[in-house]
Each structure stands twice: as C-alpha cells, then as structure tokens.
Design a protein around this ligand. Structure first.
Ligand code: ADP
Ligand code: MG
Length: 377
C-alpha cells in the first residue's frame, strides 16, 4: 500500500499539471436587459453551487458545482480575496500565475477585472497587493531585491498588439531554452509604485475602449492581456535571479466561441477571431481532465503566450461571468457547461420570485409543514 502511494506521487510529479481553479460570478439582474420582464433564470444555491432553469423541460432545473460561486451580492473585494489574493505570493518566488475573466459580453468581465473608480476590480487590487508584498519582503530580509514591470497587449484576430506603444505591429511569440515564453519588442515598463502603474495603464486602457467603438465592438472580440512581472535578484554573489509573471486577462466575449465552436461552417467564416478563445477552452479542459492528454497550447496565440503561466507549475484561476436574464440564457448555459466540474438535473420547477427575495434555503421547512407540525416555538 505504501508502495502504491509512493508510485502515484512519483507519477504525479513527473508531469504535474495543475488544475485551473474555476469560479463563477453572477452579476446582478438588470431590468433594462430584460425587455420581456421574465425575471432571472439562474440563481445561486451556496458557495459552490447554482441552478439554472432547464429550457428543455421547465419542471427541471440544472444544478452546477464549481470551485467557487460568487452571487450577485459579492463585492469586488470578496472576489479578489477568494480567487486572486492567495496566488500572488507565488509571483515573488519566481512562479507564474494567470487570472482570466470568461463569459458572454455584458456579463461582467470588465467589471470583474478592471471595475470602476468606486468599485475597483481585480487588476488594481492585484497590482497594489504585489507592491505590498514586495515592500513586506524588503522589510523582512535584505538578500534579495525586487523590481516590478508591466506590459499590456491585445490579441485581436490572432495578432499580438502592444497597447503601451502606438502604431504597434503584430509581435512574435518566442520560447527560450528554459521554456520561458517571451515577446521580443513588447514594451516592458518599469514600475516603482501603484500610482506609476495607474499612470501607464489608465490611458492605454481608455485608448483601447475608445478605439473599439469605432472598430465594430473590437473590444468584445479581443483579449486584453496585462502582464505584471516581478524580478527578484540576489544582492550578493552568485546574484541569482528569478522572474515571476502574473497575467490578468479580460477575454473576448464567449458568445462568439459558442457560434464558432458549434458550427463547422461558421468556424471557418469567422476565421481567427476566436481561435484563441476556442483553444483556451480546450487547454483548460485538457488541464482539468488531468494526466496524459495533449494540451494544445500551440494552437492559438493566447494559449501559446500563456503556456508557461497556465497549467504546469503555474497557478491559474478562471472567473466565469454570467448574467441572470433570459436574454443571456444560451450564452450562460454554454459558459456554465464549459466551466462546470459537475452538473445534475434536478426535478424541481424553477420557482419565480421577485428579484429581491432570498434564495430558498435547502432543508428549511415550508409554511404548511410548520403549521402541520404545530410547533409552539
Ligand atoms: P463584459 O465586460 O463582460 O462585457 P461589463 O463588465 O462591461 O461586461 O458589464 C456589463 C454591465 O454590467 C456594466 O454596466 C457593468 O458595470 C455591470 N456589472 C457587471 N457586473 C456587475 C456587478 N457584479 N455588480 C454591478 N454591476 C455589474
Ligand atoms: Mg468588457
């Protein structure tokens, strides 16, 4: 028995590919997204579960389970603390990490990653935390020094474009002898503080959004990739160095993925627009299916770029954003099927409630039962 344990550990160690943690975030219901006034078609059932009405049979709901479920009321801070903060210390130890927002356009990816001035999202919180961690390290020890840098790029139509340099051409993705992925020519801006980051990131991010309205919703069809690099250098000989990379990615809308993924002809038609998103789904599937299978990193620009920061020894989190309105039903359904660890059909009609009503607490007795019980408590 002890032998078997040792064996399986060795096997796991030889091709250790870590799973991608999958969280789902449901954004609040918005009246204006629901012209027919149908109410929500999906709701949370706890910290890992949700249910969605089964369109094939309205007397059933579909239950899904994830690594984490964040309901409508979840704050930006809660999402950050549960899904992102725990992986950040690894960046200071030469390890890589990636965080993605996945889901249909309008479901909250940009809100989750970027947020607003009043409700900052994962990007500003993570960058702040990286600077906090660096400051704490420099306080604690003096054998290593740290430097932080950023790059910001967009993948559109399988082209890699530098968002920190104007007039950028498609940049090549290369791999060095140690299997690190790099992009020669990509702007790498040194940062000494969070306000430094803001100063470079905000204009680039605004430029991307403004350009997109002119270019046919380009921002919903492209992947915005922020890279935060932490270089750790030994102050004394042998002056070892380690680099940790953190990718923060606001993905293209997954509604394109559904069309290209399901229909052979469309896949050809829409060409490269969503090859990266489609391949990312396959890569995450392959990683989460576990040992053995080929992971098709090389099949798209996004996955090739992320090869050293997704799976393997990297720490990865996918936050699937979904919207509760019926108008999103099929996009939600597709996104959930991609994200889910498990799904179960439950024979229970989806009870229509007003939006503000609390979710039914499992195990709580109904009013009839309570009256029949005649408890005097
Ligand atoms: P996406 O980037 O996926 O297309 P957005 O982040 O732009 O979606 O979100 C669409 C709209 O919904 C925006 O107006 C955004 O502010 C709002 N929104 C998204 N998620 C939330 C949330 N959790 N709480 C409040 N508003 C949200
Ligand atoms: Mg967006």
């Amino acid at each position: 028995m002890a032998q078997r344990v040792a064996l399986s550990e060795a096997a796991a160690g030889s091709k250790r590919t870590s799973r991608v943690r999958v969280a789902v975030r449901l954004r609040p219901y918005m009246d204006k997204q629901d012209e027919k006034g149908e109410g929500p078609c999906v709701r949370g059932l706890g910290p890992q579960n949700l249910e969605i009405i089964n369109w094939r049979n309205a007397t059933e709901t579909l239950h899904y389970q994830f690594d984490a479920f964040h309901g409508e009321q979840t704050s930006q801070q809660e999402v950050f603390v549960s899904s992102v903060k725990p992986i950040l210390p690894h960046i200071l130890n030469g390890q890589n990490a990636s965080v993605f927002a996945y889901g249909p356009t309008g479901a909250g990816k940009t809100h989750t990653m970027l947020g607003s001035q009043e409700q900052p999202g994962i990007i500003p919180r993570a960058v702040k935390e990286v600077f906090n961690l660096v400051a704490a390290q420099e306080e604690e020890q003096d054998s290593w020094q740290y430097s932080v840098g950023m790059s910001y790029l967009e993948i559109y139509n399988e082209k890699v474009l530098d968002l920190l340099s104007s007039g950028s051409q498609d940049l090549p993705i290369r791999e060095d002898k140690d299997r690190n992925i790099l992009i020669p020519g990509l702007t790498d801006t040194p940062l000494s503080s969070f306000s430094d980051f803001d100063r470079h990131f905000i204009p680039a991010s605004l430029k991307r959004t403004t350009a997109s309205t002119k270019l046919n919703q380009r921002s919903s069809r492209s992947h915005a990739v922020l890279l935060v690099k932490v270089l750790k250098s030994q102050r004394r000989p042998p002056h070892r160095q380690q680099t940790g990379k953190l990718y923060l990615v606001d993905l293209a809308g997954s509604e394109d993925n559904r069309r290209t993924g399901n229909q052979g002809i469309r896949l050809k038609e829409s060409g490269a627009i969503n090859l990266s998103l489609f391949t990312l789904s396959k890569v995450v599937d392959a990683l989460n299916a576990g040992a053995g299978g080929r992971v098709p990193y090389r099949d798209s620009k996004l996955t090739r770029l992320l090869q050293d920061s997704l799976g393997g020894s990297a720490h990865s989190v996918m936050i699937t954003n979904i919207a509760p309105e019926y108008s999103y039903y099929f996009d939600t359904f597709t996104a959930l099927n991609f994200a889910a660890k498990s799904k179960q059909i439950v024979n229970r009609p989806f009870v229509r409630e007003t939006v503000l009503a609390p979710a039914i607490v499992p195990g709580k007795r109904g009013r009839d039962e309570q009256e029949a019980g005649g408890s005097g408590e």
